[in-house]
Every structure is written in C-alpha cells, then in structure tokens.
Design a protein around this ligand. Structure first.
Ligand code: NAD
Ligand code: ADE
Length: 448
C-alpha cells in the first residue's frame, strides 16, 4: 500500500468502505458508465494512461467518483478543494486503496497550499496529464506556477490534455483565463451540463442547506424568517429547502429576471440592507464577494444565524468579525460573535452566530449533497474526462460544455433508479417537433 498520502486516520478506512458501498447503490450513473466502458480488457479502458490530478471535496461521493476513474483505467492523485469538507473516513478509504490523497477535515490554509503541490508533483516531479477541478484553485495554481508544463504536445506526449471544472465559480475563473489568453489547455465546463447545475446546484442544495443549519444549531426552522442572497440555481434550492422547513423566505437579488422568478415562486424580494434586519437565518448563495458587509452585522437580529453556501468564503465579511468582535466557539464550525447593535441608541451588544467560518455550510456543517444528485454531476465529470483524454486535439484552448446528447444520457441513466419510464416519440411526432426519436430533444439554448 502507498504511504503517499496525508489524511487524518487510516483506521477509518473500513467505515469508509462500507459507506462507499452504500453510496454506490445511489450512484447509478457512475455504475452504468463503468459497465459501458470497462469491458474487462485493460488495454481498452478509456482512461488508460490518464494521470488525473483531482481537487474536489474528498467526500464519500467523491470516493465513488475516484473508484470510477480508476476502474476506467486512470491513475489518480487527489486533494480536497475546501479545508472543512473532507469526510475523513472517505479519505482513509481512498488511501487504503493505494491512491495518493491529501485531505483531512480542518486542515489550515497553509496545508491547503501544500495540497496543491502534492497533486501536481509526485516523487519524480511534474505528474498530471489531466485535471479535474472544483472551484479553479488547482487550475490557477498550475497556470501561475507551471505555465511551461501545461500545453499538450502530441509529439512528446507531455503536458495536460484537458481540464474539467465542477462549479459555477470555477467556470467563471476558467473563462477569465480564456479571455486573458492564459488558458493553454482545452476545458470542459461540467457545471453547465443541465444534469449538473439544474440538479446538484438546485436539488442538491434543497437537501443539504437546511441539513447543515439543523446539524449546526438544532434551531426550530418553522416560523423563522430566512434571507437567501442570490436566486440562481443554488439560491433557488436553498430557498426551497428553507421554505419546506417552514421558514418565511426573503430573497435578495441584483438580477431582475432572478428577482422576478423569486416573486413568482412566492418569496418576498427585498434590498439587502433591509433584508438583513429581518432575517433569523441569512444564507449567501451568490458566488460574489462582500454580500454581507460589516455594516450589516450591526443591523441584524440578536442571535441571527449567518452562513454561506457559495463556493468561496468571501461572500460574508468574516475577517471583520474575527478582527473586531469577541468570538466564542460553541462547537466545531459554530461561532458566536458579540457585535455592537448599531440600530439602537446607547451601547448595546447582541450575538451573531456564524457557521463554518463563512465557508460552504453544507459541506462544513453537514456532509454535502446526497449521493444520487452527485451521481449526476460526477457522471458528467467522467464523460468530460474521457472526452478530453481521447479527443483533446479536436479542441481549442477554450471552455466547452458537453453535447446535449450526453447530457440527456446522464439523465437517462438515473431514471430507472427512480422507476421512471419515458414515453417514446412516434415517427410522426418526432417529425412534427423536428427532433430525432432518440434525441436530442431540445435545442442548445433551451433553458429548462
Ligand atoms: P448562479 O450564477 O446561478 O447564481 C448566483 C446568483 O447570485 C445570480 O442570480 C446573481 O444575479 C446573484 N447575485 C450576484 N451578486 C449578488 C449580490 N451582491 N446580491 C444578491 N444576488 C447576487 O450561481 P449558482 O450556480 O447558483 O452558484 C452560486 C455559488 O454556489 C457559486 O459560488 C457556486 O460555485 C456555488 N455552488 C455551491 C454548491 C454547494 O454545494 N455548496 C453547489 C453548486 C454551486
Ligand atoms: N458538492 C456538494 N456536495 C458534495 C458531495 N457530497 N461531494 C462532493 N462534492 C459536493
């Protein structure tokens, strides 16, 4: 077994294995892709020769993804993409299989930076020829530090053949790299597969947002006022989660279309400066910075709970709280701050409760999305890796999405698990709406 890992406790591996087996049952997309491409002939495996450097939350669901990549012929080195999101038993399971992994719950920022080097270099030096990223930290690290190793050269078979990116914020960064001419590798935006953003971001958060707040605080949700900042896919799922738990939901938005959608869904839309005064629970879901600003803390209700479900920890100005306010740690990733009440005359203090230090609350305070929805996301990841590994030379150094037929295939692979039966078009019907009987059924600009 490899000793090329840094994790919390290898003895957790058996527990990890049992949970991975349980998760596999709920991840039919990954099992189907393995059955389709792993015919038992090693030389024919579609990822044979791929050395994938992965940077994505090291959870049980991700362990199933890693198993799938390995079953399809890849070698893998892995790190978490967040300091609080690792399931330590999942990391132990991966290490026990001899796969190099750098992930433990509660690592420091400095550890995280070391992880970025761990996945890029093995004992022989520069290592990957494929990248699987979540949030773009690994891609940025490679562009900033290994510019000359990146461009793929078919003559020498060196360099990186492709990058697949998991999340909205990472895609934004990838597109900036493309725009500034720094992207020297083709990339697939997995996030914008319909079976990713409209499922993981939305239905995933619909399960994991309230799960996290409950595990962290045990607060009674019903009757509370919840403020959701941002009504994109993650905001929609989070608002639905809070509403289903009995909260009255207020949404803040900058985009009139998303604001109108929130109105149509029955939520009140308010300017952020007003909304923060009303919330018992405040959740940021924007992918933007400085959404909850220092001035807002003084306006909040006593014991208001604040958390972020967007990718980075810059949505809430946590630094200000840590620098200016007395902090009492209640339990891991639940902190209470004494904040001066700026709505009252005289000097009065109140408490603000911050979850997961402003980092992804569903992965910090709970275990992230359930396996089934992650199967949709990760099936797209596997298809993207296979496509870039096999056909990299067909692509320019741009950001692409997977074709619609593959997106539909990912959905199809998950229907049987839910006992859903599709209706088949007749030839006349297919002709009438201008599609093939086997799909794709929508044009690329259909919005779902
Ligand atoms: P999105 O672009 O669909 O939605 C973001 C919304 O926020 C947009 O509607 C935008 O108009 C709005 N917004 C931007 N700035 C705002 C501001 N200052 N105030 C109010 N609204 C504002 O993005 P998304 O797919 O919903 O992703 C949001 C974030 O969540 C990203 O960082 C993404 O990477 C992350 N994400 C997290 C998880 C998770 O499991 N926690 C899952 C998927 C995505
Ligand atoms: N993102 C959200 N939930 C996740 C999970 N369970 N595993 C990996 N990435 C995730």
């Amino acid at each position: 077994m490899t000793t090329d890992y840094k994790i919390k406790d290898l003895s957790l591996s058996e527990w990890g294995r049992k949970e991975v087996d349980l998760a596999k049952f709920e991840m039919p997309g990954l099992s189907s892709v393995i059955s389709k491409y792993n015919t038992g002939v090693a030389a024919e495996l579609p990822l044979k020769g791929a050395r994938i450097a992965g940077c994505l939350h090291m959870t049980i669901q991700t362990a199933v993804l890693i198993d799938a990549l390995v079953a399809l012929g890849a070698e893998v080195r892995w790190m978490t993409c967040n300091i609080y999101s690792t399931h330590d038993h999942a990391a132990a399971y991966i290490a026990s299989k001899g796969i190099p992994v750098f992930a433990w719950e509660g690592m420091t920022e400095a550890d995280y930076q070391q992880g970025l080097e761990f996945v890029v270099n093995d004992k022989n030096g520069f290592w990957p020829n494929m990248v699987l990223d979540d949030g773009g930290d690994l891609t940025k690290h490679l562009i900033e530090n290994y510019k000359d190793n990146l461009k793929y050269d078919p003559e020498t078979n060196t360099g990186i053949r492709g990058i697949s990116e998991e999340t909205t914020t990472g895609v934004l960064r990838l597109k900036e790299f493309e725009k500034s001419g720094l992207l020297s590798v083709p990339a697939i935006n997995v996030n914008d597969s319909v079976t990713k953003a409209k499922f993981d971001n939305k239905y995933g958060c619909r399960e994991s947002c309230v799960d996290a707040i409950r595990r962290a605080t045990d607060i009674m949700m019903a009757g509370k006022v919840a403020v959701v900042c941002g009504y994109g896919d993650v905001g929609k799922g989070s608002a639905a989660s809070l509403s289903a738990a009995g909260c009255r939901v207020i949404v803040t938005e900058i985009d009139p279309i998303c604001a109108l959608q929130a109105c149509m869904d029955g939520y009140q839309v308010m300017e952020v400066n007003d909304a923060v005064c009303e919330g018992d629970i405040i959740v940021t879901a924007t992918g933007n910075c400085d959404v909850i600003h220092p001035k807002h803390f003084g306006w909040m209700k006593d014991n208001a709970i604040i958390c972020n479900i967007g990718h980075f920890d810059n949505e809430i100005c946590v630094e200000w709280l840590n620098e200016k306010c007395e902090r009492t740690n209640i339990k891991p990733l639940v902190d209470m701050y004494k904040v001066k009440d700026t709505r009252q005359f005289g000097v009065r203090y109140k408490n603000i409760i911050l979850l997961a230090q402003g980092r992804l609350v569903n992965l910090g305070c709970a275990t992230g999305h359930p396996s089934f929805v992650m199967s949709c996301s990760f099936t797209n990841q596997v298809l993207a890796q296979i496509e870039l590994w096999k056909n990299s030379e067909d692509y320019e150094n741009k950001v692409y999405v997977l074709p619609k037929n593959l997106d539909e295939e990912v959905a199809r692979l998950h229907l049987r698990h839910l006992n859903a039966e599709l209706t088949t078009l007749t030839a006349k019907q297919a002709n009438y709406i201008g599609v093939e009987i086997g799909g794709p059924y929508k044009s690329d600009d259909y919005r779902y």
